[in-house]
Design a binder for this molecule. Sequence first.
Ligand code: GLU
Length: 415
Amino acid sequence: MADMDPFEQAQIQLARALKVQKISDALSARLRKPEREITVAIPVTMDDGTTRVFEGYRVQYSSLRGPYKGGIRYHPDADINEVRALAFWMTFKCAVAGIPMGGGKGGITVDPKTLSAGEIERLTRGFVQRLAPILGPYMDVPGPDVGTNAVVLGIIADEYSEIVGKPTPAVATGKPINEGGSEGRAAATGAGGMHTLMALLPHLTKKKPAQMTVAIQGFGNVGSFLARNLFSEGFKIIAVSDSKGGIHSEKGLNPDAVERYKKDNSTLKGFPGTKSITNEKLLELPCEIVVPAALENAITKHNAKKIRANIVLEMANGPTSTEADDILFKKGIAVVPDILANSGGVVVSTYEWEQNLKGEHWSEKDVLDKLRKLLNRESKNVWERSKKLKTDLRRAAFALALERLEKALGAKTAK
Ligand code: GLU
């Protein structure tokens, strides 16, 4: 896990952005601390009859632009400080995307792979029982993140609905389609990464997708959909990995075939025509685009010098430390920041919330078209801001978010 404190990293990113984007003292003071944090102990009766108590968290960072919004992470390394950093990034992500949401995040310190489906359900219901007073469609709307999926989000909405005594699907997003989920939500983060990349590509390189190779660290929901999207645009995927390690082929991989292989063998290792590669070495491969799509601090001062790609597309949250940012910048490597590149997930989560509130169900085409238009627009905005401020894409994305947060604060204090 992180070798640097993620919340400290997040605050350094903010401090750097404040050098290029002036904001009021009132906003800067508000953005230094979350509005509310909660830690809960969740007792769960395990399948063998014993009781285990798990620790869970929800950080509600900012409600300036709307209800708190952000995923729930189930991971053995999840802790309050990580969740706080992730909630901070959600605040900026929702502002960059221009969706009417604030920022929040939740987590439970648990390895979900070691729990049965029943144990995960009891854990999730227990978590919701303890958080219910601070959740709600107009208060705080959880979504999926590392280690959670549509089943978990469906349970969250169901338990909340039981507690308040009425069906309330808009309390959570990323649900199964037949429980109020949106078409396109599963594919959204990966699709969004592709749209962001395609919108910025002409500014970053003269090459066309068919001339470009890609290495992706992380072949979970985000990485696998991104791989499929990039593959269909003509990019050559030369390496992918999961938490156990990766595979590499100069000839290129077909993400659908890799996905099927992983399903059948529960590992990527041994995929025909590939060599194994570690997660560390994958990031250092000579290629055009490297994609950290797993966890924080994948690229740090220890390995940034060894990155040989021309573009880093951040699909994980907080994968690049601020020291690494400086090293990459000096090497002329463009970093497409997480708060823009991976915002497709929360954008379609917001479409799901909107559909639930209106009692509508939109087609997959409508959802994904809307997402593409939004990301084309906001990627262009971030690019133009970086030119105007003569700064990198991360500071530019933060600057745009800060301007929108300032407007929201202005509207509040004008009353
Ligand atoms: N976990 C995703 C993120 O980091 C999406 C959260 C959501 O859909 O609310 O942006």
